[in-house]
Design a protein around this ligand. Structure first.
Ligand code: MN
Length: 217
């Protein structure tokens, strides 16, 4: 008969196996499959290109701070398969997010990935909201990390007087981002006013006023 310790070990192994299989992107079937971003052939991900080099696996994209002089006072620089073709089929990517003092990375979701952020410098108020509408939030500073589970709405706000920056890692080559405000008020063609006025319990002029702020450029 198996000992209690052995059973516990089997249970832990099963949990690790299940958690490991819960990765967002499917597994690769070869060592490398550098994305041919120009190919007209559509597959789940990108088709592999035939001539590859070390540069397909390299980027200096995140080396410098991004410009934060915009409405939200933040900028996300994505180092995903669209910028690093070697990431195709590998199931990971990074972003760098820079925040001006007062800057906000507005509430958004990543449909295909869990996100983990590491604070390079500064201090941020971060949070995510569960499907039960419970807010998990915390203030994090340089050297600290926070996790945003896949698909849940989350945000980061720099309440400090100095700039802040994080490196964000994703378990997807292309996590995808839907920013709630832009998705609903900046869609093209537009989401009908009567949908938004009823959803947010506001008047049509108020909907139109918000839509003006998020009009596609
Ligand atoms: Mn995010």
């Amino acid at each position: 008969m198996a000992s209690a310790g052995f059973c516990r070990m089997l249970a832990i192994m099963a949990i690790i196996f299940v958690a490991g299989r819960a990765s967002a992107d499917p597994d690769m079937l070869q060592d490398i499959c550098v994305a041919d971003l120009a190919s007209a052939v559509k597959v789940n991900g990108f088709v592999c290109k035939s001539h590859t080099s070390a540069d397909d696996f390299f980027s200096a994209l995140l080396a410098k701070p991004g410009a934060t002089n915009n409405t939200f006072g933040s900028l996300v620089t994505g180092a995903n398969v669209q910028r690093i073709p070697g990431l195709n089929t590998l199931g990971v990517s990074l972003s760098r997010i820079d925040y001006a003092p007062g800057g906000l990375n507005p509430p958004h979701t990543h449909p295909r990935a869990t996100e983990i952020v590491f604070v390079l410098y500064g201090q941020l108020e971060v949070g995510f909201i569960t499907t039960a509408n419970v807010l998990y939030s915390k203030t994090i500073k340089n050297g600290e990390i926070f996790v945003f589970p896949r698909g849940l709405v989350h945000f980061q706000k720099n309440n400090g007087r100095v700039p802040a920056a994080v490196i964000a890692a994703f378990n997807s080559q292309l996590p995808g981002t839907q920013t709630i405000s832009t998705t609903l008020f900046g869609a093209s063609p537009p989401v009908p006013d009567n949908v938004l006025s009823k959803a947010f319990q506001i008047s049509t002029p108020e909907v139109q006023k918000i839509k003006l702020r998020f009009a596609p450029k």
